[in-house]
Design a protein around this ligand. Structure first.
Ligand SMILES: NC(=O)c1ccc[n+]([C@@H]2O[C@H](COP(=O)([O-])OP(=O)(O)OC[C@H]3O[C@@H](n4cnc5c(N)ncnc54)[C@H](OP(=O)(O)O)[C@@H]3O)[C@@H](O)[C@H]2O)c1
Length: 418
């Protein structure tokens, strides 16, 4: 789910139903063969996107029953070599999830990527394409929204899990979908992961949950709270909650418009919502650091990219400089959004089915006015200095790339708001 401010008119689409055909195609490579596992592999559920790299020894089989494996004293995964650490990645097919899988694979971990049979926005990718995108990981096609299906899939793998990384997120940001994915499905990945031995959970959350005014933020916060409670009650269990600032993709919506000579549109004086944008590889690297990093145990970790915070006005100035055009700005009063939200809130009382449209209006308003920076509890102000920086990739380079290659691969989700 993303918000995108090109001001091309309000486009509110209700989430589409996605029909997922079963594609048991010839691309099926090899189900995991784990001897000494008490489970009958009733159906091939694990796909290896790179068969040459496959080594069944790398996946740690469960040796007794699942329960026994979980209950027996365990060596901390932190003392093992990455090749012996099984990491379950939920939300592996998302904008950040794909990079997280790639980073974890590059660091030598055994990655089990959970994916839908049709992944991506509106299910646009087939199984084959998903396998290609998750190259190097063991792909398990399952349903994170159904705990029993997810547990069955993991049981069929006959392996134990050390760490769960969740990059799950509602693709629409709609009210029900946010609770279904940002809370319930994420919780399913925790429950199922723990059942199969996971003792650490890395959560991709968002910095904006500091000031929760939207449903997806409330859903995320509820899960965060339950995750922390889990670590409090279970001594052997830990977490890292990653709360990033804005992703590059969320700031690239006007690059091609400016290139075509259009003005850069912003709200208020253009200084309302600053952020420290972070690239997907940098964020993926930070998330991967959370797997073994002792300093990241049981921490809530706000994180931004390198450099100082940038306001929309500064982002626009960078863009015009790169494009080599005279800056042209349109400043839209934020009150316009308040008016639109007021209308939508009124309509939703008469037509409850417009609930999501009203929520998308609020999401647009939120990102037009709130900074994606650490909210200083003492001053009540957003603070660039208190927002940690990580990585090397700069927004300027991203803009240059979009100018060369367009926004392909930077899809914003199912909704385009403003
Ligand atoms: N955009 C920003 O600037 C920003 C900034 C800070 C934090 N964040 C947070 O970062 C997180 C991840 O963002 P992202 O852009 O990487 O998300 P994304 O590209 O929308 O990916 C969402 C992931 O969740 C999965 N998912 C969604 N609905 C599902 C369903 N019904 N069943 C199974 N899987 C489902 C998707 O699977 P499919 O591929 O099968 O759909 C995909 O793997 C979000 O929590 C967001 O709030 C975003």
């Amino acid at each position: 789910m993303s918000v995108f401010a090109t001001f091309s008119g309000l486009t509110l689409n209700s989430p589409r139903n996605q029909s997922f055909k079963s594609l048991f195609s010839s691309h099926f490579i090899n189900p995991i063969q784990v001897n000494s596992v008490p489970y009958a592999l009733s159906f091939p559920v694990l796909y290896l996107s790179e068969p040459s790299k496959f080594n069944s020894q790398r996946l740690k089989p469960i040796t007794a029953s699942t329960t026994a494996a979980v209950e027996s004293p365990k060596i901390s995964f932190r003392n093992k070599n990455p090749k012996d650490i099984n990491i379950l990645v939920a939300g592996s097919t998302g904008y950040i999830g794909k990079f997280v899988v790639k980073e974890l694979v590059n660091r030598g971990f055994n990655v089990i990527a959970i994916a839908r049979e049709r992944s991506g926005i509106r299910g646009k990718y087939s199984k084959e394409e998903t396998l290609e995108q998750l190259n190097g990981a063991n792909v398990c096609f399952s349903d994170v929204t159904k705990l029993d299906s997810l547990e069955k899939s993991l049981e069929n793998l006959g392996i134990s899990i050390d760490v769960v990384v969740s990059c799950l997120a509602s693709r629409s940001g709609g009210v029900k979908d946010s609770w279904k994915i940002d809370y319930e499905a994420t919780k399913n990945s925790l429950v199922a992961g723990k059942k199969f031995g996971a003792s650490h959970f890395v959560l991709l959350s968002a910095i904006c949950v500091q000031k929760p005014l939207l449903e997806f933020q409330r859903a995320k916060l509820k899960f965060e709270a339950e995750l922390m409670k889990e670590a409090k009650e279970d001594e052997g269990f830990t977490y890292s909650i990653v709360r990033p600032t804005a992703f590059f993709k969320s700031l690239g919506g006007q690059v091609e418009l400016v290139k075509d000579g259009k003005p850069y549109v912003m709200f208020g004086d253009g200084k309302l919502c600053a952020c420290k944008p972070i690239s997907e590889p940098d964020l993926a690297s930070f998330i991967a650091d959370c797997v073994l990093g002792e300093d990241k145990i049981n921490q809530v970790l706000p994180i931004g990219g390198p450099g100082k915070a940038l306001t929309p006005l500064e982002q626009g100035e960078i863009l015009f400089r790169i494009v080599g055009k005279e800056p042209k700005f349109i400043k839209v009063p934020i009150e316009i959004m308040d008016f639109a939200i007021g209308v939508l809130d009124f309509l939703v009382k008469i037509f409850p089915a417009m609930e999501d449209a009203a929520e998308f209006g609020k999401i647009g308003r939120y990102y037009a006015a709130e900074s994606m920076l650490v909210l200083d509890a003492e001053t009540g102000e957003y603070s660039s200095e208190k927002t940690p920086s990580y990585g090397n990739d700069r927004l300027e380079e991203f803009f240059e790339r979009v100018l060369r290659e367009g926004m392909a691969g930077q899809e914003l989700g199912e909704q385009t708001i403003f």
